[in-house]
Design a protein around this ligand. Structure first.
Ligand code: DMJ
Length: 553
């Protein structure tokens, strides 16, 4: 080959540039090919995980609610959630197939139309809610109502081709039946719903009046969607009334407590956080704004979000704080908090999301899996809450961050998580929860959210074709609901360019909900233009594309 040095300087420069360009192109193409090969391999691994969990459930637990993978038996969690002992259930009660309901949207994402259709047919013929069981409203809403609504929307979407025969809205009818059974829970002086409801008999005598912020503040996506689909406004207005009441009860710092009384409307637990008992309240404010385009949701979210950044955030960590004084209460990481970076991605606060996610992954790596609680002030695991019940939150945030940044580091995180899950939690009968992450002792329970969320988010991390095609938001239980302009009352005031484009009627054109990122600073400035408040958002990234690799960056 001719050497560059034999040519005149101009030609030499040109040739050298050409050679370097070719070199970089080859390197780039091969690293791209490497990335694609890795994604393919990983999505197959996650697919196998899903089917290992699903097939074992179908073999040993269906039509009961959840699988006990160590003993290859079942548990009826829907009624267990209601503290109802199995022996007190009606003798003909065979469970509500919660894991099947929760698996439908994942089956759709995996493209398994025949299993999806089989599930829909079975549920249409057999699922009944006329049972004397006391269930938790929040859990039943996010798992069963949300699972049914999402599967119904997927079933009627002609582009999915999930149902070959006829489908006559059976899942929607079931959802409507369940939604009506929820309504008596909202008949309180405050409009805040009871945490527990008997599906057959309504609110039971001497029912507890205590509930949590997430328990009554995370119903609007499912119940709002149910109203839009059935034309019956009662579901959405009950959930919205409860949400507004909750918001009215906030402190002057825009903080909410964790537990409250639905009859008196008084706070019972003043310690406030982004974790257990509150988490999905924040999530639903932003997602309701995206799904329904109501400015109110945005105003509530932006104020609540800024307060969370002001009073809970300490570097990348989030401690708890007293809702009245804003003073720190507990310095602990709870595993549910790991959803927060995903929410921050939706809100456009990617730099903050990145740094918090990194710390959570650090704790995951330290123990091999994420413990339920980790004491930040002592840098040690909580003495009793050492368990890991196959939770999805870190996988969820990893998926969102990869979507936002395309930084391959997040694929490595997903790969490490898949490896740990297979190493520590896979057993012949499915996937088992971990009782103690310091010994990896297992517990006989495969929660339905492992199929609804953990496997789904890991799969979407390595294969995002489902979200690339259409515009979805995911409920707190990971069930996709398509964002459609006809559900929007009016164009939101603060929106990004992509939002405007999408509003031109081309929801199908490829914009994903992730491209609808909006920033609180915009809304705040437009709300009170006279008073500029510093937003926690948009901390300028030192590196382009947010490709930070260390905490310092
Ligand atoms: C899920 O049921 C939902 O994500 C809920 O919002 C809280 N977390 C569990 C799984 O960890």
């Amino acid at each position: 080959m001719m050497s560059c040095t034999l040519l005149n300087p101009k030609k030499r420069l040109f040739l050298c540039l050409l050679v370097s360009l070719a070199f970089f192109l080859v390197v780039d193409t091969s690293s791209q090919q490497h990335l694609e090969a890795k994604k393919k391999l990983m999505r197959e691994k996650v697919r196998q995980m899903f089917y290992h969990a699903y097939d074992n459930y179908m073999t040993y637990a269906f039509p009961h609610d959840e699988l006990k993978p160590l003993t290859k038996s079942f548990t009826d969690s829907l009624s267990e959630l209601g503290n109802l002992k199995l022996e007190h259930l009606p003798t003909d009660y065979n469970g509500s197939a919660v894991t099947l309901v929760e698996s439908l949207s994942s089956l759709a994402i995996l493209g398994n139309s025949s299993e999806f259709e089989k599930g829909v047919r079975w549920l249409s013929d057999n699922l009944k809610f006329d049972i004397d069981a006391r269930v938790n409203l929040f859990e039943c809403n996010i798992r069963v109502l949300g699972g049914l609504i999402s599967a119904h929307l997927l079933a009627i979407d002609p582009t999915n081709r999930l149902i070959q025969g006829s489908y006559n809205n059976q899942l929607l009818r079931l959802a409507e039946d369940l939604g009506k059974r929820f309504l008596p829970a909202f008949e309180t002086p405050t409009g805040l719903p009871y945490a527990w409801i008997n599906l057959k008999n309504g609110v039971m005598e001497n029912e507890t009046t205590e509930t949590s912020t997430s328990g009554c503040g995370s119903l609007i996506l499912e119940m709002g969607a149910l109203s839009r689909l059935t034309g019956d406004p009662r579901f959405e207005s009950a959930a919205l009334r409860a949400l507004r009441q909750l918001w009215r009860m906030r402190s002057s710092l825009d903080l909410l407590g964790t537990t409250l009384d639905v009859v008196t409307g008084e706070w019972l637990e003043y310690s406030s956080s982004i974790g257990a008992g509150v988490d999905s309240f924040y999530e639903y404010l932003l997602k309701a704004y995206i799904l329904f385009g109501k400015e109110d949701y945005w105003q509530m979210f932006s104020s609540a979000y800024l307060a969370s950044q002001k009073y809970f955030r300490h570097g990348p960590w989030y401690h708890e704080a007293n809702m009245w004084s804003g003073k720190p209460t507990y310095w602990q990481l709870t595993s549910l908090q790991a959803f927060w970076p995903g929410l921050q991605v939706l809100a456009g606060d990617i730099a903050a999301a990145n740094s918090t996610h990194r710390e959570f992954f650090y704790v995951w790596e330290k123990f091999g899996i994420l413990p339920e609680r980790y004491l930040l002030d002592h840098q040690m695991i909580h003495p009793t809450m050492k368990y890991y019940p196959l939770r999805p939150e870190l996988a969820e945030s990893t998926f969102y961050l990869y979507q936002a940044t395309k930084d391959p580091w997040y694929l490595d995180v997903g790969e490490a998580m898949v490896k740990s899950l297979n190493l520590y939690t896979k057993v012949p009968g499915g996937f088992a929860s971990v009782r103690d992450v310091t010994t990896m002792q297992l517990e006989d329970h495969q929660h339905s959210f492992f199929l609804a969320e953990t496997c789904k988010y890991l799969y979407l991390l390595f294969d995002d074709s489902f979200v690339a095609k259409r515009n979805y938001i995911f409920t707190t239980e990971g069930h996709p609901i398509q964002v459609v302009s006809s559900w929007h009352e009016k164009l939101p005031k603060s929106y990004s360019g992509n939002w405007t484009l999408s509003k031109r009627g081309a929801w199908e054109s490829g914009a994903s909900a992730l491209s609808l990122q909006v920033c609180p600073s915009i809304a705040l400035n437009s709300r009170r233009p006279e008073q500029h408040r510093e937003s926690a958002c948009h901390v300028p990234d030192e590196k382009i594309n947010h490709r930070c690799r260390s905490n310092k960056e």
